[in-house]
Write a protein that binds this ligand. Structure first.
Ligand code: OSB
Ligand code: MG
Length: 363
């Protein structure tokens, strides 16, 4: 296995309540099987801003714990791999990176697409845009206008205390009817209840992760008091967390990121339980490069994802250059075509592009 560190500048900085990003700093995994290579993209960031892992903890967990256990062994399936990793607590981004590479290997060995292996049903998926915070409202309105004119189906903006009510009010004044959502990335507490009640007037599609990143209980208190659906992101780290949130009525919508929950197998279980309980789901993003982006597209083809738009945009939403050939593109309907067994569209890893973005090799 190789771990390759790549750095790809954003064409426009991306600012959330927890950090401002100038580039995507990512670890790529190249997993060698007998007859093929499985590529995967680890979704961790430079620091532990979004969840506890980062680009320093992941190589440790891979090199010192996971790889010694799987080197020169037969692995029956991604599921069997995950079960054998239960001795490692948490560290789901690290586990998901290997799990994703195993799905790629399984796809190659079986001659099937990831969509087919996962049970995907949709030929194309609807895309939305997640917009970072800007220095003023005019700059944000310009961003919104840009992506609306490209046809993006849903606009999500990042908020934080002091950059919330007035910003949304200004957006609603300009665009009273667009499908609008907000993402706080855990920047608030229950003390902000009056603010969230007031925001009901904006008819937002949902409010993403307003409270603590591991909270399930306070979100239930909040959801009971407001009309706007709460959508959980950070808090849903596993099937068990999803079930707890459903039972406690902590949210009405769930954003599923396969990396956050330890891989595609666990993510599909969460998708299935949400469908069973009529909780709308959509596929979240982590400003991925092409490899992770294409895996998200295949995952988002599951039947429960047919209603809402996903944080799975075209490569050029974030980057001038990408590491797949072709880059991810949107159709005139602002959808993305899902790779299938008929090779309607086929993505390859562009190793020259990977090399250009990689100042050093970690292993
Ligand atoms: O909370 O959904 C989030 C990016 C990095 C970390 C967390 C989040 C995000 C995004 C961007 O909102 C989603 C994307 O376009 O990839
Ligand atoms: Mg989010």
């Amino acid at each position: 296995m190789d771990i390759i560190h790549v750095l790809n500048p954003f064409s426009h900085p991306f600012e959330t309540s927890f950090a401002r990003f100038e580039n995507r700093d990512a670890l790529l995994i190249k997993l060698y099987s007998e007859d093929c290579i499985g590529w995967a993209e680890c979704k961790a960031f430079f620091g532990p801003y979004y969840n506890p892992e980062d680009n320093a903890t992941v190589p440790h967990v891979l090199r010192d714990l996971i790889i010694p256990r799987i080197l020169h062994t037969d692995i029956e399936s991604p599921k069997a791999f995950m079960e054998s990793m239960r001795f490692i607590i948490g560290n789901r981004l690290a586990k998901a990176a290997i799990e994703n590479a195993l799905w790629e290997i399984q796809a190659q060995q079986s001659g099937k697409s990831l969509k087919t292996l996962l049970g995907g049903t949709q030929e194309e998926i609807k895309v939305g845009v997640s917009l970072g915070m800007e220095k003023n409202i005019a700059a944000l309105l310009a961003q919104i206008e840009k992506y609306l004119s490209l046809g993006y189906h849903r606009t999500k903006i990042k908020i934080k205390p002091g950059k919330d009510y007035e910003v949304i009010k200004a957006i609603r004044k300009e665009y009273p009817d667009i499908m609008l959502t907000i993402d706080a990335n855990s920047a608030y507490t229950l003390k902000d209840m009056p603010l969230f009640k007031k925001m009901d007037e904006f008819h937002l599609e949902y409010i993403e992760q307003p409270l603590g990143e591991s909270d399930i209980v306070d979100h239930a208190v909040l959801q009971k008091e407001i009309q706007t659906p709460v959508c959980l992101d950070e808090s849903i780290v596993s099937y068990e967390a999803a079930l707890a949130a459903i039972r406690l009525k902590s949210c009405k919508v769930i954003n599923i990121k396969s990396s956050r929950v330890g891989g595609l197998y666990e993510a599909k279980r969460i998708h299935d339980i949400c469908v069973e309980h009529h909780i709308p789901v959509w596929c979240g993003g982590m400003t991925e490069l092409g490899i992770g982006r294409v895996q998200n597209i295949s995952f988002a083809s599951l039947p429960g994802f047919s209603q809402l738009a996903h944080d799975v945009a075209a490569s050029d939403r974030y980057f001038v250059q990408d590491i797949t050939s072709p880059y991810v593109q949107i159709t005139p309907r602002c959808t993305i075509i899902v790779p299938d067994d008929n090779n309607t569209i086929r993505y390859e890893v562009d190793e020259k592009a990977v090399d250009r973005m990689s100042p050093d090799h970690w292993i």
